[in-house]
Design a protein around this ligand. Structure first.
Ligand code: ZN
Length: 467
């Protein structure tokens, strides 16, 4: 039973997928006017945890993340640099994908771009005009919030605070200025223009997500994610547009991750406490440690980023890696104990129970660290056998399918000279030259390569001790 605190309604609810065994997730992606900052990555890593956990639990996940490559910000920034919108945004789109790879964020199934979905947007706007939810004003089209009785249900805005006789042109604004918002913006000097069935112009930001989510996931879909900043006006407006247009709910569950602050203060470029991933890599921060830190504060709590917190994250991650190194390199007597399989089963249950409770990552990690502690005691007492060691290591790697913080063990990462040594050792073993085989095994262990002799031959893992 997986439960989430649904922003829509504000209650903890048991998650029931629309199709058993499948989850359709839409997450608001980057507005590509600049490099993403670590507050953005906090949200993307929370969404990655959500997705990996569902996959771990056997669900088939379909994940769509949009790319906002036309809006107020991208237009202003490309004009300031004297570049076309396409040329300007392309560099930031590629930088965004690079950052995702570096942070080991599993790719979405699709990354639709707003500029490639204008007809889908104008179709919804035309429908809203026809149904009377939208109206034209000086070449633009606005959504009439007074016509949609559900307006405010996500952000819990009070109807008496709505300024229903007023309009707002900008994509982003505060709750206090809730009013009719732009679905379609009239042509303006220095802005891109599309010639469409509803006239010339360009989309407002909110309609982009309504069009791209329903195109690829249908309506309703299971889960819509974003940061708390998105609740109003962005997601409130998405709900109004999509539900008024189709008469169906947009998404069943809405999850929002909280802010990231730096040293207790709001992140701000002018105060110099603003970091992109590149800024942190330049300070020689290990991306796996950064991922660990961003992952391990519960998504609904404010995350206070400090360099001390990063050191603590590094120490915690190192504890896991040291444990794996120990269990994979030490030699244990053959066989399997009665105690270890039980400990692994118990740890798995606690890990799953933790994450099933609205992604309580602290409970999940406690399960892992308790296991490490208990196994270390057994190692000290000489009670761990060879099969226990292999199974414990495999278990920790299985949890890492959710956490994504351990070094990868892809074969291509093993340099040829080490691969040659693995082959030499195999040969020595086949020739029953066990002295030489053990010697090569030790050499490989010193280089961080751990061997497991399995029925179908030898398997190896790369453990970089001081990574
Ligand atoms: Zn969005």
């Amino acid at each position: 039973m997986i439960e989430f605190l649904n922003t829509l309604g504000g209650k903890k609810e048991v998650f029931v997928p629309l199709v058993p065994g499948e989850v359709k997730v839409y997450t608001c992606g980057p507005t590509v006017y600049d490099f993403a900052h670590i507050g953005n990555f906090r949200a993307y890593i929370f969404e990655d945890l959500l997705k990996r956990f569902f996959q771990f639990m056997g669900y088939r996940v379909t994940h769509v993340m949009n790319i906002t490559d036309v809006d107020d910000k991208t237009i202003a920034a490309s004009n300031a640099r004297g570049l076309s919108l396409k040329d300007y945004t392309e560099a930031y789109i590629q930088a965004f994908f690079d950052d995702l790879r570096i942070l080991n964020i599993a790719p979405a199934d699709r990354y639709p771009r707003a500029t490639e979905h204008i007809p889908e947007m104008t179709q919804i706007i035309a429908g809203l005009l026809e149904k009377g939810y939208a109206y034209r004003q000086e070449g633009s089209v606005y959504f009439s919030i007074a016509k949609f009785p559900g307006y405010g249900k996500l952000s819990r805005i009070k109807p008496e605070d709505l300024r229903t006789s007023d309009r707002i042109e900008a994509d982003e604004y505060e709750k206090e200025s809730a009013r009719d918002f732009a679905l379609w913006k009239a042509p303006k000097e220095g802005e891109p223009v599309w010639e469409t069935e509803i006239g010339p112009g360009r989309p407002g930001w909110h309609i982009e997500c309504s069009a791209m989510s329903s195109k690829y996931l249908g309506q309703p879909f299971d889960i819509h994610c974003g940061g708390v900043d998105n609740i109003f006006p962005h997601h409130e407006n998405e709900i109004a547009q999509s539900e008024a247009y189709s008469g169906k709910p947009l998404a069943n569950v809405w999850l929002h991750c909280h802010h990231l602050i730096i040293n207790g203060k709001k992140m701000s470029k002018s105060k110099g406490n603003y970091f992109t991933l590149k800024d942190l890599l330049a300070k020689r921060i290990n991306p796996a440690v950064l991922r660990y830190l961003l992952l391990t504060t519960h998504y609904r709590r404010v995350l206070n980023f400090t360099f001390e917190a990063l050191d603590q994250a590094s120490a915690a991650l190192q504890r896991i890696k040291d444990f794996l190194y120990e269990i994979e390199t030490a030699s244990f007597p053959p066989g399997r104990s009665a105690a270890v399989p039980e400990l692994l089963a118990e740890a798995r249950t606690k890990f799953v129970d933790g994450l099933s409770d609205d992604l309580n990552i602290s409970l999940a990690l406690t399960a892992l660290f308790e296991l490490i502690k208990k196994i270390n005691v057994l190692i000290k007492d000489g009670k761990i056998l060879a099969d226990d060691a292999i199974e414990t290591s495999a278990f920790v790697y299985s949890l890492d399918r959710v956490l994504g913080v351990l070094p990868s063990t892809k074969e291509t990462e093993l340099p040829e000279e080490l691969r040659a040594k693995v082959r030499d050792r195999e040969r020595a073993r086949k020739e029953k030259n066990y002295g030489l085989a053990d010697e090569i095994r030790r050499e490989l262990a010193d280089a961080g390569v751990l061997l497991e002799d399995a029925k179908d031959g030898v398997r190896w893992k790369l453990i970089k001790k001081n990574e």
